[in-house]
Design a protein around this ligand. Structure first.
Ligand SMILES: Nc1ncnc2c1ncn2[C@@H]1O[C@H](COP(=O)(O)OP(=O)(O)O)[C@@H](O)[C@H]1O
Ligand SMILES: [Mg+2]
Length: 380
């Protein structure tokens, strides 16, 4: 038996001096490691039969062959395959191959090594949260509410899950979905002032809508003494942010605390502008407010686009106003144009968006075009 083993061993080429040392040492002990060594487990005892390959391959072939299951060809490089450690470190400690001593690789907790793989997995599957768009312009009557609702419904038509937020105490958005703000029991007032979960005030209509009530007018004063008063809406939205693709916030015609809450919660701002020279002057003031918000509350918020609304393309004045807008704001001005149409005044009376009130109208298509443009611009 001993002679047989001796003969077979001579036929099996070994790689490197260190390797034969290891083998001699291990053979002396009567043990042979069956694969990469785990310091926690003692190497299993092996019979002489297992200790050598069953058939002796020709010398050249054996040198190139892959390590066998039986574990004869235990090499530092195999250890590298098992654990994501750098090869140099392992090769520096050839004794690791079989003397049962702790190696550097074993001293590192598995969780420390795993962190790389975990990071990769997280990058592949980012947590999907809603795109939050605020519709803002401190001037009234520029189609903020009209744009919030109809763009939101256009997103919904394309299959997106949309939540509208009526942050204007006048409650026009709430009304334009057929809900009377005077009869609403729980509203954004309760969310912003009393920290009520926003899910409790969401009503399902063409889109989901977090409703306003008349007492929202008192919210700015009630919130003014609250710590973190600018972040009340941002905080409230966390509850539902995973449930929607878009959150569209209609704001009041001022740059007060309600609008600041909207801009702090938002990733993007769409600025509807009536195509008249006078209504464009307020844009500088809006930009200053936004700069203040970026510096202090929400560095990521940016203007998604300036939207020319109520365009009467027959008048030279409207044409000139759009030109001035483009000269001053360049690419920030949307390609889409919202032309004047009586349907926009009629639809809210019926408690519907223009897309529902007259689905095939060109008025409805203005907002479908805008939706395409916003979607094409990509998500934040
Ligand atoms: N493209 C349009 N053509 C004609 N009327 C419009 C258009 N867009 C909005 N309106 C009407 O103008 C008025 C003001 O619009 P609204 O969306 O309430 O503005 P804001 O919210 O900025 O105060 C409303 O009566 C609305 O129906
Ligand atoms: Mg409005």
């Amino acid at each position: 038996m001993e002679d047989e083993l001796q003969g077979m061993e001579e036929a099996v080429p070994l790689r490197g001096g260190a390797r034969s040392d290891v083998r001699d040492e291990v053979r002396d002990q009567g043990d042979w490691p069956a694969g990469p060594v785990d310091a926690g487990d003692p190497p299993p005892p092996a019979t002489a039969q297992e200790a050598v390959p069953p058939a002796t391959p020709p010398a050249g072939e054996a040198a190139e062959s892959e390590p066998s299951e039986v574990g004869i060809e235990v090499e530092p490089s195999e250890v590298v395959d098992e654990a994501p450690l750098n090869a140099e470190e392992v090769e520096e400690s050839p004794e690791a191959a079989g003397d049962g001593r702790m190696r550097a690789v074993d001293l590192i907790a598995p969780t420390r090594l795993d962190f790389l793989a975990e990071k990769e997995a997280a990058a592949e599957e980012p947590v999907k949260t809603a795109e939050v768009i605020a519709f803002a312009n401190q001037k009234g009557g520029v189609a903020k509410t009209t744009t919030t609702l109809n763009l939101a419904v256009a997103f919904a038509e394309s299959g997106y899950r949309v939540l509208c937020i009526d942050l204007d105490p006048q409650g026009n958005l709430t009304m334009s979905q057929g809900i009377d703000p005077d009869k609403v029991e729980k509203s954004l007032y309760d969310v912003l002032v009393n920290d009520m979960p926003i899910s409790e005030i969401i009503v399902k209509r063409e889109i989901d809508i977090a409703v306003a009530s008349i007492d929202l007018a008192g919210a700015e004063i009630a919130m003014s003494t609250k710590i973190g008063r600018e972040r009340s809406l941002e905080k409230a939205l966390k509850e539902v942010q995973g449930d929607y693709d878009f959150v569209c916030i209609d704001t009041p015609p001022s740059l007060g605390l309600l609008t600041i809450n909207a801009l702090t919660a938002a990733n993007k701002v769409i600025v509807p502008v009536q195509c008249e020279y006078l209504s464009m002057r307020g844009l500088v003031q809006l930009q200053n407010t936004l700069k203040m918000i970026q510096e202090n509350l929400n560095p990521d918020v940016r203007i998604e686009g300036i939207l020319p609304t109520m365009l009467d393309s027959r008048t030279i004045h409207a044409k000139e106003a759009v030109e001035i807008l483009e000269e001053n704001f360049g690419d920030l001005v949307f390609q889409s144009r919202i032309k004047k149409a009586i349907k926009f005044a009629e639809a809210p009376v019926k408690g519907a968006s223009v897309l529902k009130y007259d689905s095939g109208s060109s008025a409805a298509n203005y907002y479908r075009e805008l939706a395409k443009e916003v979607l094409a611009n990509g998500t934040a």
